[in-house]
Design a protein around this ligand. Structure first.
Ligand code: HEC
Length: 153
């Protein structure tokens, strides 16, 4: 029994070392000013601050990877969220969306923060400063409600 445990331990150790050879791609795509959220929508400083602190890592081409992104399988887990997040909403490419999609995504921003689905809870375990106060959620929703009306459908 003891021997089996020892071998299992060694096996896990080897597997852990082996998966470190499969690092994630951390290159950010370039940010084209004309494609950003700011190119379509006016973003006041308080809103920019909230988005920057709590959303940018998964929803812009300006992801800052933490050190543990270099430790697998944590990096795989992060990368998965980042890719999926950007696929659903990329603030750096917002202006490339069709008008209807722009309005929908703006509305989603408010809905997702109100329902506490965003920022993704697993992100908040480590990024405690990304937790949104009620006043910040309200600021995002108020902003969305003003800006979405300005988009001609
Ligand atoms: C750790 C990564 C991460 C962070 C941080 C994050 N998101 Fe997300 N976001 C995701 C992922 C993954 C999805 C797709 C899965 C889902 O919808 O639950 C998503 C989906 C969304 C969607 C849904 C888009 C759609 O059309 O379905 C919106 C809107 C959104 N996020 C807004 C935000 C806002 C606003 C913030 C900051 C307050 C934020 N997210 C922070 C990862 C993240």
């Amino acid at each position: 029994m003891k021997k089996a445990l020892k071998f299992a331990g060694i096996g896990l150790g080897i597997a852990f070392v082996a998966i470190q050879f499969f690092q994630i791609d951390k290159t950010n795509l370039p940010i084209v000013q004309a494609n950003t959220l700011e190119a379509t929508v006016s973003v006041p400083p308080d809103v920019a601050l909230i988005l920057g602190r709590s959303c940018n890592d998964c929803h812009t081409n300006n992801t800052v990877y933490p050190w543990y992104a270099n430790v697998q399988p944590f990096g795989w887990f992060l990368k998965d969220h980042i890719d999926e997040g950007k696929r659903k909403l990329n603030i750096s490419e917002f202006s490339t969306y069709a008008a209807k999609k722009k309005v929908k995504k703006l509305e989603e921003i408010c809905e997702q923060v109100e329902s506490a689905e965003m920022p993704l809870p697993s992100y908040l375990w480590i990024h405690r400063d990304a937790v949104l106060k009620d006043t910040e959620k309200k600021a995002l929703c108020d902003w969305v409600n003003v800006e979405k009306e300005k988009i001609a459908l």
